[in-house]
Structure formats: C-alpha cells, structure tokens
Design a protein around this ligand. Structure first.
Ligand SMILES: NC(=O)C1=CN([C@@H]2O[C@H](COP(=O)(O)OP(=O)(O)OC[C@H]3O[C@@H](n4cnc5c(N)ncnc54)[C@H](OP(=O)(O)O)[C@@H]3O)[C@@H](O)[C@H]2O)C=CC1
Ligand SMILES: O=C(O)[C@@H]1CCC=N1
Length: 287
C-alpha cells in the first residue's frame, strides 16, 4: 500500500464540518489503510487521526509510514469523534464488545464492513449512537474509489455529510438505502477483483497468441484505462461503445460470439448473485 502522498487540498480548504473532528480507524488492515492514506492525502492533519491494530508490528509499520498515533481500541473510541470500523465482519462483534460498554455519547460510527447491517452495530453500542454503513473499494488508493453511503439508526443529514467528506476526496460517493448495500458490495466493493481477473485472463490469452508478457500487459492495461475513460466521459451507453468497435464480419464480432457461447453474461450474473448472497450469509453468521 502506498504512503501518504502530497496533500491535494489544504486542511483549510476542506469543508466546514470535518475540521473539528478526530477520526480513528479501528482495525487498520488493507481497507483501513486505504481510508487512512486517503484522509492524509486529502489534507487531514495526522494529529487528528488515530489508528488501532491487533498486531504491534502492524501498528509500528503504519505509524512509521504515516506518522499517526497507534492506540488501543478503547482509547481510540474515547478520543475520536468518528470511529471507522475496519475489521473483518467476523471480528466486528468482538471489537464492539470491547468498545461498546464504555463508548461515550456523541460518537459517529462508520462501518466499512461488508454484509453487516447497521443494526448489528446499534445493538452493541449505547442507545442513540449514530451508525453509518459505507461500502468503498480499493481504487480509493488512487483517488478513484467508489463509495456508497447509507444512514443507519440515529444517523442524521449532518452525519451523512461527514461520511461524504471523508470519502469524497478519494473518489465518487453515492447515497443508497441500506437495503441496497449487499448489491453494492457485489458490484463496486468486489468489482475491482473482477476487472483484475479479466485483465489477467486477457494477458494470458495474449501470451498464448505469441506476445511477450510485458507487451501483452501494456496493451491490455492501457486498453482498460482507455475503455474506462470512454465509459466515464463519452456519454454513451456501453452497448454503443461496443458496437463502435465491432466491424461487420470483423475480428471483434468473432471474439464476442465466443464470449457469448462461453456464457460470459451468465457467469457475471451468477458471480454477482454469489457475492450478494455471501454478504447476506456473513450477516447471518455474525456474532
Ligand atoms: N478489501 C477490500 O477490497 C474491501 C474490504 N471491505 C471491508 O473492510 C473490512 C476490512 O477488510 P480488509 O481490509 O480486506 O481486511 P484486513 O484483514 O486486511 O483488515 C482487517 C484488520 O483488522 C485488524 N483487526 C482485527 N481485529 C482487531 C481488533 N480487535 N483490534 C484491532 N485491529 C483488529 C486485523 O488485524 P490482523 O492483521 O492481526 O488480522 C487486520 O489488520 C472488512 O470488513 C471488509 O468487509 C470493504 C470494501 C472493500
Ligand atoms: O471480499 C470481501 O468480502 C470484501 C468486501 C468487498 C470487497 N472485499
């Protein structure tokens, strides 16, 4: 994971609300680090950030890299205004048992956890604690993240705005009803992995066709970037963009035929359903 780059916005350029808040990331693994690095890149002062880690060596690594204080979960919960929960869903219950009983009033809890409903948090935290559920993704590392935000119990417009302030500097944000979060997780939360798998498969196919691997890699990565940029900027439906590539009786039509024969659409649909179902299962199994 990359270190904190030069801030793109100064702290004073940041909006109103956040300037007075301290954020703690509880459970700073891959996604917690993405959030931490994003906040620092966007100009958040390191002295307004706290992190927790289960393993001391992980804490030391992060504090050396980012210059933020590593504290225990209970201390983080006591000192910070916003608690970003970055542990795996399976570890969330234990963490909440640790911080819940002593959690002072007025904290905002922002869950990054896939599958877990906000009710899971509310049931383990003092009555009245506002909870927000977000589903972000790893491209936030390069400020191209996609973050969907849902209000849970006691979360007000101000809390939603705070969550947006946290994630907007690292990509796009959208508000969705919490009932849509498992589908969001299947699409954009896990989505980067699908693209990486496709790219990997295309590179391998290029090698099979006789291209040197570095050449195949460069060809496909740039093609992915170009295609993604057109999807975002061309204002055209993906079908139109695909049709523009597909010459009559040409190479693309021959390839697309094979993709259809091999069930690429059905595979995508089944994959996303499986991800959605797994999110539901995680929630059902959470203790
Ligand atoms: N990876 C992704 O692309 C995405 C992940 N998410 C969500 O983000 C969350 C984290 O996922 P990810 O970053 O991949 O997982 P990681 O395992 O990388 O991160 C979880 C971290 O939490 C630490 N941890 C566990 N329990 C505690 C505790 N009690 N106190 C302090 N730290 C603790 C773990 O420590 P240790 O190192 O010892 O295991 C680990 O470093 C999950 O809930 C996941 O659903 C959401 C969107 C995308
Ligand atoms: O695989 C997972 O469970 C997490 C949630 C979305 C992306 N990674």
């Amino acid at each position: 994971m990359p270190g904190a780059a030069r801030p793109r916005h100064s702290f004073c350029e940041r909006s109103f609300a956040l300037t007075k808040h301290t954020v703690a990331v509880l459970g700073t693994g891959k996604m917690g680090e993405v959030v931490l690095a994003g906040l620092l890149r966007s100009g958040w002062p390191a002295d307004r950030l706290l992190i927790t880690a289960r393993r001391p060596e992980r804490g030391a690594e992060l504090s050396g890299k980012y210059g933020v204080a590593v504290v225990g979960n209970v201390e983080a919960a006591a000192r910070a205004d916003i608690l970003a929960i970055g542990v795996k869903p399976q570890d969330a219950g234990k963490l909440l048992d640790e911080i819940g009983p002593a959690l002072p009033a007025g904290k905002l809890v922002v869950s990054l956890c896939a599958g877990l409903p906000t009710g899971f948090f509310a049931a383990r935290l003092p009555e009245g604690t506002p909870v927000i559920r977000v589903m972000t993704n790893t491209p936030a590392l390069v400020d191209q993240g996609m973050t969907a935000i849902s209000a849970g119990p006691h979360a007000t417009e101000e809390h939603l705005a705070l969550a947006e302030e946290m994630f907007r500097p690292v990509g796009s944000t959208v508000r969705v009803p919490e009932s849509q979060q498992d589908a969001v997780t299947a699409l954009s939360g896990s989505g980067p992995a699908y693209f990486y798998l496709l790219v990997e498969a295309m590179i391998d196919a290029g090698v099979l066709l006789g291209l040197p691997r570095p050449v195949a890699h460069e060809l496909i990565v740039q093609t992915a970037i170009g295609s993604a940029t057109m999807l975002r900027d061309a204002g055209e439906h993906p079908v139109k963009l695909r049709e523009a590539v597909t010459s009559p009786a040409g190479t693309t039509a021959a390839a697309l035929r094979q993709l259809e024969i091999h069930g690429v659409r059905a595979a995508m649909s089944a994959a996303l359903e499986a991800a959605r179902d797994r999110a539901r299962e995680i929630a059902a199994q959470a203790v």
